[in-house]
Design a protein around this ligand. Structure first.
Ligand code: OSB
Ligand code: MG
Length: 372
């Protein structure tokens, strides 16, 4: 049966993070993004969320490129093609190279619409089985080591299953050594957001003594080859984030031994269908995976939770509770973490209601596109 998508609405939102988030590339506190809404002939509303930032520091996409792609290329492709199942969207979008975050924003709304029209949860639609998921937390670079130690202590007490710390050259070994000294048994990992090169190999080898769960994306955002050289030279497992845009990228990373762990982000890989295929491949190859975060609002958070219910998501992800990021989220109820776990919602689709009043409050512009 064809999904009868009649309208796509693009809600452009601006929200302020509770705390500035600092990585090797700089700080952000304001977030602009789209909530995508797909509406069918019965008036059922499916929701997605775009994850590109206002500037292209993480990958090449931005809020503006997302808008351009959705409006000028992706919606026209939805007009010209029938969608029987959300898995078809990937094929329909194939004439557009990359721009994965733009694609995922629409595909996500269509997955939610599909699950709601089948009266099943998004987790069930994807083939997930967990009733609750483990969560970790990602802490940005802090002004002082004391601030950092205090934050870590607070999050350990909240029950988070692992702590991820941002590193960059000059803010790595010594900081992590002090953290390890204060928290000898805590699962800790480090994320470099591509700030190093192979010339830093000595500095990265020193991290081996700190018993880190993994080091995430130490080398260039578009590299798979140098990471294999680095992995051969260090004991700490490498996890790839920025370098992975597709199932093919994961195949190559496995073949080259570029990493032992994969961070899957729905936006980065172009949607839930691709994310699920990556999951299946990693399961066959016993590569551990986890779901990364992009400082999402509630809709994106709900999609991450549903994906994480697939069995090979064996490591805690970055999807913490709404209140960690936002004074007020755009979903009802908000995402809540209890003792390091999120209970997977049991209502159809993403399983959270849109708080229309909050959505309205954070909306800075809105467009409606008719498909037929
Ligand atoms: O590298 O995983 C990353 C946030 C923005 C962009 C990239 C990354 C991150 C995080 C935090 O580490 C993820 C989150 O808490 O949503
Ligand atoms: Mg990362």
């Amino acid at each position: 049966m064809t999904l009868q998508i009649r309208q796509i609405k693009l809600h452009r939102l601006k929200m302020m993070l509770n705390n500035p988030f600092t990585t090797s590339f700089g700080s952000m506190q304001e977030k602009e993004f789209f909530i995508t809404e797909a509406i069918d002939a019965n008036g059922i509303r499916g929701f997605g969320e775009s994850v590109a930032f206002i500037s292209p520091w993480y990958t090449e996409e931005t809020v503006e490129t997302t808008h351009h792609m959705i409006k000028d290329f992706l919606i026209p492709l939805l007009r010209e093609n029938d969608i029987q199942h959300p898995n078809d969207v990937k094929e329909v979008f194939k004439p557009v190279k990359r721009n994965n975050m733009a694609k995922a924003a629409l595909e996500g709304a269509i997955w939610d619409l599909y699950a709601k029209s089948e009266t099943i949860t998004l987790s069930e639609a994807l083939g997930g089985n967990k009733k609750e998921i483990d969560v970790g937390i990602s802490i940005g670079i802090q002004p002082t080591i004391d601030d950092l130690l205090q934050k870590i202590d607070h999050h350990i007490n909240q029950g988070f299953k692992r702590i991820k710390l941002k590193i960059k050259p000059g803010h790595d070994y010594e900081m992590l050594r002090q953290v390890r000294q204060h928290f000898p048994d805590t699962p800790i990992m480090a994320d470099a957001n591509s700030a190093y090169t192979l010339q830093d190999i000595d500095q990265l080898q020193k991290l081996d003594e700190l018993d880190l769960m993994m080091i995430e994306q130490p080398l260039a955002h578009d590299d798979i080859v140098d990471h294999a050289k680095l992995q051969a030279a260090i004991q700490t497992p490498i996890c790839l984030d920025e370098s992975i845009h597709s199932l093919e990228d994961v195949q190559k990373a496995i073949e080259l031994n570029s990493c032992r762990i994969i961070n899957v982000k729905i936006g980065r890989v172009g949607g839930l269908s691709e994310a699920k295929q990556i999951h299946d491949l990693c399961r066959e190859n016993t590569i551990d995976i986890w779901c990364g975060g992009m400082l999402e609002a509630g809709v994106g958070r709900a999609h991450n939770i549903a994906l994480t219910t697939l069995p090979q998501f064996v490591l805690p992800g970055d999807t913490a509770g709404s209140s960690q990021y936002w004074e007020k989220d755009i979903i009802k109820p908000e995402v809540v973490v209890n003792d390091g776990m999120i209970t997977v919602p049991d209502k159809p689709g993403i399983g959270f209601e849109i708080d229309d009043e909050a959505l309205e409050r954070f909306t800075i512009s809105k467009e409606t596109f008719y498909l037929c």
